[in-house]
Design a protein around this ligand. Structure first.
Ligand code: FAD
Length: 392
């Protein structure tokens, strides 16, 4: 079964259960406020833990979803490999080639960690000149870590940031939609855990200005929600995890799980890391490699392959396939301060970013088409209109 969050298949469908009324929510919020005002006892505090209340502003403010508010619709292709992403070193004559590609729907999440593992593959080599093929999030984070380790780096890339998949990604920090549990080896799972842990730490450690912040995520389902692999295996990376009882949230579904994690805004993050790379003496060269041999002909003796989906053709990796995703953008709304995942009739999620509200989505394996599909847009809008209809 795919370790997917992007929209857990089990989250599909909604019951149409009536939304909690705003008055009821205000009542709950009022009661909580009253408890605080009268000097809440330890017992009272424990009671609230038993019935965890949302942490977001009260009452929740829903995004305004309608077709006439759509700013744009975009499509991207996740570089998906059922057995998981590749971090591996190989030696080809005088060249050392280190792969770092195939991160599916979790490449933003895993970037620092996977790139740290890739750079570790260069151990034993004296820092000198290195080539990084690919200017998406894997290429940029690999390049920055190499620079920190004393390497002089050139990024060779067909596309600059704006045109990469990384600039399309939603940016939720969740290592999901990356592999299928029955296809992954124990070796891969160890690599995956390490990458997730390193990446989580690194994102937290960046300081301000990188477009990274903590946010509540609400997973919604008509059926009881399965704990995804990453929540079972990496619980320390997620805080405030709770199953919310009816009446403590406004969502029109019976099963709601709250998880606090990060959101990474690609438009801010990628440009900031690019600027760091340039400031540290890095340079870009626009190249479109037609073959492995062409890539290996660059002058640097150490080459990192961070070409995402491009690795399929360059390295004949036929397991690597696109998973097409479609996103619908609405104007930003700073008072919307939570993520939702699920609760719709298909893949559904809502991410509030500073520049836009992102509504997703789709996960269409093997689909190379680049056009946005009107039917998918309509379904995404309808799902979210229904989800937020009872909020006010
Ligand atoms: C709709 C959608 C939503 C997503 N949401 C999330 C999310 O919420 N959280 C999350 O963690 N991840 C998410 N992802 C996944 C994430 O965006 C990807 O896993 C990640 O961007 C992959 O990064 P990359 O650097 O490997 O690939 P890319 O960003 O595709 O970069 C590859 C680079 O290689 C270059 N290249 C390729 N071939 C060649 C060649 N032959 N010669 C020269 N250069 C070449 C390209 O020009 C590009 O610069 C989402 C993806 C999509 C599409």
């Amino acid at each position: 079964m795919p370790a997917i969050l992007d929209p857990a298949p089990s989250n599909r469908g909604r019951t149409g259960a009536p939304g909690t009324s705003r008055r009821r929510l205000l009542g709950a919020a009022g009661a909580a406020a009253a408890g605080l005002a009268t000097g809440c006892s330890a017992v009272g505090a424990r009671r609230r833990d038993v019935h965890p209340r949302p942490l977001s502003r009260q009452p929740f403010v829903a995004p305004r979803v309608s077709a006439d508010r759509v700013v744009r619709v975009i499509v991207g292709h996740r570089p998906y490999r059922p057995s998981g992403f590749v971090v591996r070193r190989e030696v080809d004559g005088p060249r050392t080639l280190i792969h770092n590609y195939g991160h599916g729907g979790g490449g933003i999440t895993l970037a620092w960690g996977s790139s740290a593992l890739a750079v570790r593959e260069a151990r034993g080599l004296p820092p000198g000149r290195a080539a990084v093929a690919g200017g998406g999030i894997m290429g940029l984070t690999t390049a920055r870590l190499l620079q920190d380790a004393g390497w002089q780096v050139t990024i060779y890339t067909r596309d600059m940031l704006r045109h990469t998949t990384s600039n399309v990604g939603g940016g939720q920090w969740a290592p999901t939609s990356v592999f299928e549990e029955d296809a992954a080896t124990p070796g891969f799972l160890a690599q995956f855990r390490a990458a997730a842990r390193i990446s989580h730490h690194a994102y937290q450690n960046l300081g301000p200005g990188y477009g990274v912040r903590f946010i509540e995520n609400y997973y919604l389902g008509a059926e009881p929600l399965e704990a995804p692999w990453y929540l079972r295996e990496l619980p320390e990376l997620f805080t405030s995890v709770a199953e919310l009882p009816a009446g403590s949230h406004p969502f029109p579904v019976p099963w709601v799980r709250r998880v606090v994690s990060m959101i990474v805004e690609p438009a801010i993050f990628l440009r900031r890391v690019r600027d760091d790379f340039l400031r540290a003496g890095g340079r870009f060269e626009i190249r479109d490699f037609a073959s492995r041999d062409e890539l290996l002909a660059v002058t640097e003796p150490v080459i990192f392959n961070c070409t995402g989906l491009g690795a399929r053709a360059l390295f004949d990796d036929t397991e690597l396939e696109p998973a097409k995703g479609q996103l619908v953008f609405l104007p930003p709304d700073p008072v919307v301060d939570f993520i939702t995942v699920g609760g719709g009739t298909g893949v559904s999620y809502m991410f509030p970013r500073s520049g836009e509200i992102v509504l997703g989505g789709s996960f269409q394996r093997g689909d190379w088409s680049r056009h946005a599909e009107p039917a998918v847009t309509e379904r995404i809008l309808a799902d979210h209109r229904a989800l937020f209809a009872g909020f006010s």
